[in-house]
Design a protein around this ligand. Sequence first.
Ligand SMILES: C[S@@+](CC[C@H](N)C(=O)[O-])C[C@H]1O[C@@H](n2cnc3c(N)ncnc32)[C@H](O)[C@@H]1O
Length: 219
Amino acid sequence: MPEFDLLRALPKTKRNIATRRDGKDPSVVATAKQFGEMYFDGPREYGYGGYRYDGRWVPVARDIVSRFDLKPGMRVLDVGCAKGFLVKDLMIACPGLEAFGLDISPYALTHCEPATVGRLHLGTMEPFPDASFDAVLCINTVHNLDRQGCMRALQEMVRVVRDPAKCFVQVDAYRSEEEKALFESWCLTAETYLQPAEWVALFQQAGYSGDYYWTILQS
Ligand SMILES: C[S@@+](CC[C@H](N)C(=O)[O-])C[C@H]1O[C@@H](n2cnc3c(N)ncnc32)[C@H](O)[C@@H]1O
């Protein structure tokens, strides 16, 4: 179960943390947590500030294909797939790969990349048979659930993958009080954010033995 930065090829996101902190009130947080149009394509204080395909996930997809030795005909699932950018890019990185997504947001799925139509499922727990995927990914999504929900989501990833080592999860984390304060200024939707060692303990409790990495905000 190694710590592994599978998103190292992703360009760093620009964040104006002071502006987000100053604009953050309970109504903004409640709107963001609906994961609707405002979260994806509304003003930056509500979430992404416009989430449009620009190919930035292609190098990440290549790294995922290499890390999990994915081949044409294999099936991979992206939990929390949003508009399906990574699902599309996995199929670019490995032509013939069968990539699918799962997300709780009807808005994201009805504004998905055309290449992913019919591949994205609406839901929160995996509506798939045991051992039905060759790899399962969950990037910046699990932490939107409470601790019990995180456990169940991780257990579901393990249930639907053939080889439990071929999973990747990235979650919000902090290593110091300063990073925690920065995170709390920025974050809109996370319910569970922990120190890396606390996440590792939760992974072990859930029986999750795949790769993992952290989203950590720094000043
Ligand atoms: C921060 S976005 C990450 C999207 C994408 N994985 C990425 O890294 O760009 C979180 C995503 O998780 C989805 N989401 C939130 N709660 C969820 C749940 N309980 N089940 C499935 N998806 C969920 C949201 O709709 C959103 O698309």
